[in-house]
Design a protein around this ligand. Sequence first.
Ligand SMILES: C[S@@+](CC[C@H](N)C(=O)[O-])C[C@H]1O[C@@H](n2cnc3c(N)ncnc32)[C@H](O)[C@@H]1O
Length: 425
Amino acid sequence: MQPDRRGTDPLSVTRDAVINFSNRVVYMCAHIISMTTSSGDCEKPIQGDTDHKDIEADYVEADEDEIATLGRALIDAILEYAPMEDVQGLLDKDAPLWYQDEDGWSALHAAASVEDADLVRKLLQRGALWNSADNAGNTAGDIALSLNDGESYLAIRDAGIRSEIILQLLASRDAEPHGLVLKEEDDTALGSTDNFLSSHLRYTIDAHGQDICLLQVGDAEIGVMMGWESGIMQETVRKMCEDHPSAEAGLRVLNVGFGLGIIDSYFQALPVPPSTHVIIEPHPDVLKYMREQGWYDKKGVVILEGKWQDIVGTQKLEDMVFDVVYTDTFSEEYEDLRLFFGHVPNLLAGPDARFSFFNGLGAINALFYDVYTHLAELHLAELGIDVDWEDVDVAVQEVAKWNNTREYFTMRLYRLPVGRIRNTM
Ligand SMILES: C[S@@+](CC[C@H](N)C(=O)[O-])C[C@H]1O[C@@H](n2cnc3c(N)ncnc32)[C@H](O)[C@@H]1O
């Protein structure tokens, strides 16, 4: 699974990651055997080391075979509708729930495919990975969804939300990288803001006449922002501004991340342009493009050069408040978005003010997209911000949409959030 355009996807537990995880378990078994048979020093050569290693390998292989046999038996039992006592018997023998067969199916995939919501719940309670994907990229949740089995789907989705909340909590209390977080490190310009900011961006028009801002990553060019998203940006501005009580006086707007300037152009095109329009943008090539396009000279526009992390919540914003706040960055993760959420109550001018963000994390898989959407809603609710969601149909011709860049949004519907401070009166 590809990381998301706007960041590494922390939910993206790929088949490889699960295999890595299971390999780690096997490695740990080998390590424990090694420690118990080599006086706790597995690096130190010991007498008869070769024989010793052979024995170790045999042990691990035998373990691996036994584990795989149990894992396979559990999947088969579920798929063959075996009596619950048989399935329970295999679970009692510790049949591995992380095991995936040659198609990438786990016991949870099997339980979802036979539409057994009780078993789905049982497997999740016993630690089944809610987000492991089969070779075709489908999770058990996707299978439940395709079978219209709402009960199983919601059990899996809620397990995903719970697990993400727990991981976020652990991560916030523990500065050390946490062993439980199954996340691939990404030091490229896609997954690291600092690398992104030192990479070259190219603004161009693709073969379909679409405006596009491209980032070079290795041999490939990745879309930072693409013209097909205009519909989302236009609808976002409409939902946030159209019926705003202060619209006729000119709104105070804050936008984080300029990209192609699509959303900023829609803000400027409002019947009454914003009275103040602050744009936060750190990338030197984007700032150059903004200068060339005359953004520095527009009335009411204030460009704050830098990352939002160095501007929002500091004196650089001079305690300004806004009627409309929008954020859409790149190479950031959900955790960055959640940190931004924490500033939103202080940025909004009052109960009429509105907040939105590009809701694209996990949008290459229905289950992951759903989990992120709910996670965002829960975290914003904790901050006293209630969100209205609107579905925007973004099904456009695939060729025109992607050109030669990778796909990062494959859902038919974009879930557009508009948050407001909860009115407690
Ligand atoms: C996807 S584009 C935004 C597209 C924009 N919504 C539009 O309508 O064209 C993301 C932008 O966020 C900027 N960005 C990346 N990291 C940022 C950060 N930490 N703070 C502010 N902007 C950031 C990027 O340089 C890029 O210009």
